[in-house]
Design a binder for this molecule. Structure first.
Ligand SMILES: [Mn+2]
Length: 438
């Protein structure tokens, strides 16, 4: 696999540099300077917060735990990497640069962060992409909007190297999902399921691309349930796990829902899964992503009626907004270097905002799909107390089968999420492909 990545990397870096050149031109700058980021400290404390590399930095090279490094790119030249290697006996310090990317950079080792300033070009305007806290005397982030817009917009279409990393991340995550499902079947606590997941993924907590959602029973109704309880519930009715992995900084974001011995809830999971696959099949170049979201609501409406949860015609279930009681989030988002990747709403490389359809405030992507865009498709159906209370006090309460909802509430909810790549032909489902190999 490393040799596949090594083969793909040179063309990836060429693409990244071409995108950088176009972004500099758009903003009227001569050089692009990108910081890897700085470790920040907790308030009134000498303990650092976990360090996370800048996404714009890791777009260039697979260095994920190297604060205080800088890339200095001038069109037409080999990019310079200021590689921070401190003299520090408290911590393990970065090893000498190694790997398939090294030969493509003019690497200058620095032992103090401030030494990066001496490597800046003597003339010309620098677009400096970094957080404000990374500022040095003579190297101050300015994050020009025109440059960032162009860089963000270009990142939507993944290179071959990026897709290879995302396939590997999917493999890593699906292996861990299989381990987590087994722990659920064995009756483990949320905390033990979470540990089984991390062990199988080979990730410590801070390496996960986002906090795992490990939800038993009613907790599955909390969309971003953030705890992993260490006590076992009295029964293991249902299990929703939304958990990812990363490889070289590229994310996978996968959700599965399971249940034990309940035909009523299992048949709902099966119906959701069948529709989720139909939605994944719509991920194609030329498809406006909001259409997939709106089709999700139409399908949820049919499920609600067919499963006798709400006794209304599907069309009016959508029209009245009742489907949003059961699916109150967007159908998905772009994914790549960031789990919720950038540029989901951008009109063009120059910026602009494509509005969401009215009544759908949480949709995270409104663009039309192009080849090599990767998005998640994650329809959900939940029994959320606060939203059900609103439905109960509204005009459609009489059409709701509250007895059935009472029976399903202890199961929380359902979400099924895959990562899907658009092409001009059939989509590539990275998640299903990876599960097939586990
Ligand atoms: Mn997601």
């Amino acid at each position: 696999m490393t040799s596949e990545l090594a083969d793909l990397y040179p063309s990836h870096l060429r693409t990244v540099m071409q995108r950088a050149d176009a972004a500099l031109l758009a903003g009227g700058y001569d050089h692009l300077v990108i910081g890897s980021g700085r470790a920040v400290y907790r308030f009134l404390d000498d303990m650092p917060s976990p360090y996370f590399v800048s996404p714009q930095f890791k777009a260039w090279l697979p260095l994920l735990r190297h604060p205080d490094c800088w890339i200095i790119h001038t069109p037409g030249s080999k990019p310079i990497l200021a590689y921070y290697q401190p003299d520090d006996y408290w911590h393990e310090t970065p090893a000498a640069p190694a790997g398939y990317w090294v030969e493509h950079f003019d690497i200058r080792v620095i032992s103090e962060p401030a030494q990066a300033v001496k490597l800046l070009p003597a003339t010309g305007r620098c677009a400096v992409i970094a957080e404000a806290s990374a500022a040095l005397d003579g190297l101050v982030p300015n994050n020009p909007e025109a440059v960032l817009n162009a860089l963000h917009f270009a990142r939507s279409a993944k290179t071959g190297y990026e897709l290879a990393n995302m396939r590997l991340a999917s493999r890593r995550a699906t292996r861990a999902h299989v381990a987590a499902a087994a722990a659920f079947r064995a009756g483990a606590s949320e905390l033990d399921i979470h540990r089984a997941y991390c062990a199988a993924a080979g990730h410590v907590e801070n390496e996960l691309p986002y906090g795992n959602i490990v939800a038993l029973n009613e907790h599955a109704a909390i969309l971003h349930y953030q705890y992993q309880r260490d006590d076992k519930p009295d029964a293991h009715r249902s299990f929703l796990i939304d958990a990812g992995a990363q490889v070289n900084g590229y994310a996978a974001d996968i959700t599965r829902t399971y249940c034990n011995d309940n035909e009523e809830f299992q048949s709902l999971i099966d119906a959701m899964e069948a529709d989720q696959l139909q939605l994944c099949a719509q991920v194609r170049a030329g498809k406006p992503y909001p259409e997939i979201h709106l089709d999700t609501h139409a399908r949820i409406a049919t499920i609600l009626r067919n499963h006798d949860i709400v006794r209304m015609e599907p069309a009016s279930l959508v029209e009245t907004g009742v489907t949003s009681t059961f699916m109150p989030h967007g159908v998905g988002h772009p994914i790549g270097l960031q789990v919720h990747d950038v540029a989901g709403f951008m009109e063009s490389a120059a910026g602009g905002f494509i509005a969401r359809p009215a009544g759908h405030p949480y949709l995270r992507m409104t663009r039309t799909l192009e080849p090599d865009f990767v998005v998640t498709i994650e329809p959900g159906l939940y029994f959320i107390d606060s939203l059900l209370a609103t439905l109960r006090s509204g005009p459609h309460a009489g059409s709701v089968n509250w007895e059935k909802i009472e029976r399903l509430r202890p199961y929380g909810g359902i979400r099924i999420e895959d990562n899907v790549r658009a092409t001009t032909g059939d989509p590539e489902n990275l998640t299903r492909d990876a599960f097939a190999l586990t």
